[in-house]
Write a protein that binds this ligand. Structure first.
Ligand SMILES: [Zn+2]
Length: 293
């Protein structure tokens, strides 16, 4: 993948790396609390806000220049991580801006908060243990930059396109929020009779975000020179972070009813659907027989 070919300057990035944790709130990260969050959320999903949508999205901001703030320890905003994130965010926002425009709808670009250790966000405290997540209350994706090295070490997923897929998945949740899908899911979950039924909506939501990530991949495939090997890396990542795989590593057995992100195979299937078609209408995970997802 040649991500440097992607457009830049529209990522709406807040660079909070090198900060001292939570302003005014002490360092509420790591430790037991962080561990519990990690166990509940695992990577990708996360924060209840990730699923429970809602809100009107907060102030609309369509900035075109990278925003830097809280950069006390001199992390230059021109470093490669920042450039990478900016280009992935810029291109995802452009792709979805185009899709919405074609449908006669308005798209509010998602923004990205890069942080280390912990930071305060619209959905509460983001810690290193939360993994990447999207907060529908402030329209921002939160990513601890150390996540990607952890992903490579522990999940066996790596490579630029695999990292891009993580970001594009979170932006997929933003798209769901913009479309009102997140709200609908929240309502259905509230009226669900069993936990398994409530979880099934989460799975559909997560698989759709995977499919949306694939749509982005399709639309930048030529520009970013995405190769079959890149896709394989992303698929390996999807495999490593499917709920069944995480549960096998954790509890040693698979309990399908508690899946909230979908199995490895489901995640691969839906990512590939988006990637091969480039058509968001093919990402309708809600009108599929649940057993055939
Ligand atoms: Zn997710």
């Amino acid at each position: 993948m040649d991500w440097k070919n992607l457009p830049s300057g529209g990522g709406g990035i807040e660079d909070r790396r090198g900060g001292g944790g939570i302003p005014g709130g002490g360092i509420a990260v790591g430790g037991i609390g962080g561990l519990i969050i990690a166990l509940i959320a695992m990577f990708f999903g996360i924060n209840p806000g990730d699923i429970l949508g809602g809100g009107d999205g907060g102030p609309v901001q369509t900035q075109t220049q990278p925003q830097t703030q809280s950069q006390p320890q001199g992390t230059p905003a021109t470093d490669e991580n920042f450039q990478f994130m900016d280009r992935i965010m810029t291109s995802t926002n452009q792709v979805w801006g185009g899709v919405f425009q074609q449908a006669g709808r308005t798209y509010t670009p998602a923004r990205l908060v890069l942080y280390t250790r912990g930071t305060q966000g619209g959905c509460g405290v983001a810690s290193s243990a939360s993994g990447p997540f999207y907060c529908p209350l402030d329209n921002k994706v939160y990513i601890d930059t150390n996540f990607f090295s952890m992903m490579q070490r522990r999940l066996g997923g790596g490579g630029d396109f695999a990292y891009s897929y993580v970001v594009a998945h979170e932006v997929g949740h933003h798209v769901q929020n913009e479309l009102g899908i997140a709200d609908q899911v929240e309502r259905k979950q509230r009226s669900a009779r069993t936990e398994a039924e409530a979880n099934s909506y989460s799975v559909r939501l997560e698989l759709q975000a995977d499919c949306f990530a694939g749509v982005w991949g399709n639309r930048v495939r030529d520009l970013a020179k995405i190769t079959q090997a890149d896709v394989q890396n992303a698929v390996n990542t999807a495999q490593a972070i499917g709920d069944d795989n995480l549960q096998r590593q954790g509890a040693g057995r698979v309990v399908p009813d508690s899946f909230t992100h979908g199995s490895s195979q489901q995640r691969i299937t839906w990512f590939t659907t988006g990637f091969e078609t480039g058509d968001p209408n093919k990402c309708d995970t809600f009108n599929q027989n649940y057993n055939q997802l």
